[in-house]
Write a new protein. Structure first.
Length: 108
């Protein structure tokens, strides 16, 4: 008798926990979707900017100063889709991993 009562209480607590965690999972899902859209658009724009800064870096390297040309190359790398947007994509992946970990832990 005691075991069945404990099982009922555990099932009730599990249901309450599922109800409390559901909004957190929804918020994380919507946040990941919005961030993925912003990341895709910004990567496109920053890719264009990186191309322009890279071309400018070549021009400065040839005509003006080697140091300034290298600085422009580094700036072009950072704003290219391989630089800062890749770090943002990695962070977004970690947030999505957190959502899946919570979802797997609570919902089984």
């Amino acid at each position: 008798m005691v075991v069945s009562e404990m099982k009922k209480e555990a099932d009730t607590m599990r249901l309450v926990l599922k109800i409390l965690v559901a909004p957190v999972i929804v918020v994380l899902t919507v946040f990941v979707w919005i961030c993925a859209l912003v990341l895709r658009c910004s990567a496109f724009v920053l890719g264009l900017a990186a191309t322009l800064v890279g071309i400018l870096g070549v021009a400065v390297l040839i005509t003006y100063s080697v140091t300034n040309g290298i600085i422009l190359f580094v700036m072009a790398f950072l704003v290219s889709p391989v630089g800062i947007p890749m770090v943002a994509a990695w962070l977004l992946g970690k947030i999505q991993d957190l959502r899946y970990a919570i979802q797997d832990r609570i919902y089984g």
